[in-house]
Design a protein. Structure first.
Length: 339
């Protein structure tokens, strides 16, 4: 590629910023442009004012101009990169463009999306299948405009500025309105890479403490997710059409079968299987799990606390073995009658 004219970036892409103390900090590209201009002006002086300049000197200056242009386009292409007074390598065009944080991938190919967030997922075994837990700081940011509207409509704030100040101060009325807004608004959860339809599903959000998104363990298979540090993105559908589509087609409890082969997606595994075994083990007196149950029952009885209340406070609502066994037997009888 032969350049007859050198392109110049707009000033907005190579700004000069004033820092503390009144000092100015310039973009690296400005320094590289200055170097090109200085060497090019020197070459022009040699060609115009001094006609008796030796050809070797002119050729040497042309090489210096070419070197400055090469450094502007790709610093370090000639070996040793150009550095500033602090021994820091200047960033050239190629450094600004290439890479994950370059102009194309950071600004042009991917942009920040409004009404969206991202956080690590953790298990929420007490959640319903179609619910997810959103941290307060994420939820208030996602639904901030809806909360502002609620504050103004219910006369808790006279204008947008007052409403925003109440949100910043985290007044109790803010969480009440946020809870009302979230009850009627589904959210979409997505885990990259989205390789099939179940990679993005809709959930009914609830407020949780902490900084992580809570997810029911049975929906992990559709996302191909686990709880070892995976992150998921959350999006808020804005239009009524998008909300209706999320409720009718994308809720997790409506996507229990694989769209490819029809096999069940929400299948209990690992700890869930152990829990089901404990709950349905019956009166097998040779089972160590049954002995543990009897021990827990005696301890709780000694404290005069109902067994249901104790287990509900620990791990959610769990019925007695007898009730589980009767329910399974009733289901089997109904199934046999139906077939």
């Amino acid at each position: 590629m032969v350049l007859c004219l050198l392109p110049v970036l707009p000033p907005e892409l190579r700004p000069i910023i004033q820092i503390d103390g009144g000092k100015l900090m310039s973009s690296d590209i400005n320094e590289l442009y200055r170097r090109v201009i200085y060497r090019n002006n020197t070459l022009i002086d040699l060609l115009t004012t001094s006609r008796s300049t030796p050809g070797e000197l002119v050729m040497c200056q042309e090489k210096l101009v070419q070197e400055a242009v090469d450094t502007l386009l790709d610093n370090g292409i000639r070996g040793q990169p150009m550095r500033d007074g602090h021994n820091k390598v200047y960033k050239s065009f190629s450094d600004v463009i290439e890479g994950k944080e370059g102009r194309f991938r950071e600004t042009l190919l991917g942009k920040r999306v409004d009404y969206s967030g991202r956080s690590v997922i953790v298990v929420g075994p007490s959640l319903s299948l179609h619910r997810c837990g959103l941290p307060r700081e994420i939820a208030i940011e996602l639904f901030q405009t809806f909360v502002i509207r609620g504050l103004i409509r219910q006369h808790f704030a006279s204008n947008i500025g007052v409403a925003k100040s109440k949100i910043r101060e985290k007044e109790p009325v803010v969480w009440e309105i946020l809870h009302e807004v979230m009850q009627g608004h589904p959210v979409l959860l997505n885990r990259a890479p989205t390789l099939h339809r179940l990679g993005i599903q809709a959930f009914q959000p609830i407020l949780v403490e902490g900084h992580a998104i809570c997810l029911h363990p049975l929906v992990c298979k559709g996302f191909n997710a686990d709880f070892d540090g995976d992150q998921m993105a959350v999006h808020v559908p804005l239009s009524l059409e998008a909300q209706a589509e999320a409720r009718l087609l994308m809720f997790s409890h409506m996507n229990l079968l694989s769209p490819a082969i029809g096999d069940p997606i929400s299948v209990p595994t690992q700890d869930m299987l152990i829990g089901l075994y404990v709950l349905t083990s019956g009166n097998r007196r040779d089972s160590p799990l049954w002995l543990r149950w009897r021990l827990d029952q005696r301890v709780i009885t000694s404290r005069e606390t109902p067994i249901e209340v104790h287990y509900e406070s620990l791990v959610g609502h769990i019925s007695l073995y007898r009730e589980i066994e009767e329910a399974i037997q009733g289901f089997c009888r109904a199934y046999s009658y139906g077939t």
